[in-house]
Design a protein around this ligand. Sequence first.
Ligand code: C2O
Ligand code: CU
Length: 427
Amino acid sequence: MQMTRRQALTLVAATVATPALSAPRRISLRPEAVETTVVGRRLPMLAFNGQVPGPEIRLRQGNAAHIRLDNGLDDGALVHWHGLRVPNRMDGVNVLTQDVVIPGESFDYRFDVPVAGTYWYHSHYLSYEQVSRGLFGAFIVEERDPPEVDHDITVQLFDMLLDADGQPDDSFDPSQFATAGRLGNVKLAILSRDRVRLGDRLRLRFINPSIDRIYRLELSGLDGRIVALDGMPLEAPQALGPIVLAPGQRCDVIADVTGDVTLRDTYYGADDLLGRIALDGERPRSRADIPRLPANRVAQPGRPAAVAMLDLQGGAGAPAHPGTGTWALNDTSGLPAEPLLSVRRGTTVRIEIVNQTNFPHVMHLHGHHFYEITQKGQFGPKRDSTLLAEGETRSIIAVLDNPGRWMLHCHMLSHQADGMATWLAVS
Ligand code: C2O
Ligand code: CU
């Protein structure tokens, strides 16, 4: 069931999120059931520290994070630090890396953040439900030498499915699981700041924490460039055209304000206003070029020493597969007993992903970034989540240099819940 423009209750009021937690030292995250304002109305949600999104965590490159998860839910809890290269036991994945934290218990996540970029954190337990009910937040690692901007603004694209009474839909209609997922009928951009001056230079950090929705963002009132994808700086910043962001993906833009700033979503043939940034004053526009972000130091791939095929299968209208769920990877639904690949630390691997289904999927690898390989066989951008259209094939190349058991799954969280998950082992 796809949302038509008329059904969409698009909310124009850009919600301003609560301020960032700075000066790390100790951060505490307490997920709890609360009633709070989100998508413009009071709703029963699950929230970290009482707020949706959860508090923005903002550290400086090279800092250490010490984050205590203190479970205030009536259910299990786990937090995954999406895109951050953490030690495996800090990765927050049930079965593969840790046990679920039971109600009333806590868990200490400790890791360093040597790599700058735009990341996020979210529940990794019953995540299609817990993330859609609010358990997510931004995780920003500032460069040692950040580019000069007037404002650094985080933008989280969120949707929710509300029922006829305006309450969060919890029917979990099975048809949603066999198609594009549980797409909301309310969507908006949650901005950390919604006023700027004409002429200001902005850094915008877009994050898509929606469980299943892909956005095609069109920005107006900005003149600038796309400078990073999934936290990783682009060697050559790209023109600021429409930005497709699948669940889990991020994008950084540096741009000067040239007029009223609006954010529209034009995916699924829609044209919906997600939010706006109002003008308040004026300053002379900077004459400096839009800077490139300093490169992140990550391992350079060698010749792939291992190759795996990964077939994405299942869903409405696709041939049957032997897996037990709606969706499957290589004939298996859910985490298989054996990893897709098992390699020694430092091995370069290639994975050929073939989308045999009638729907798009966004495949996310934990603990590493990988290169998307372009049609011409060249190295494309480094990402941690890659979007494949229906019928599409994509090669990715990664240096698996972080030891442990790493999940590789579709970040459309209802697809993950219903079968699309596997893992890699690095020893
Ligand atoms: Cu953002 Cu396995 O997740
Ligand atoms: Cu999927």
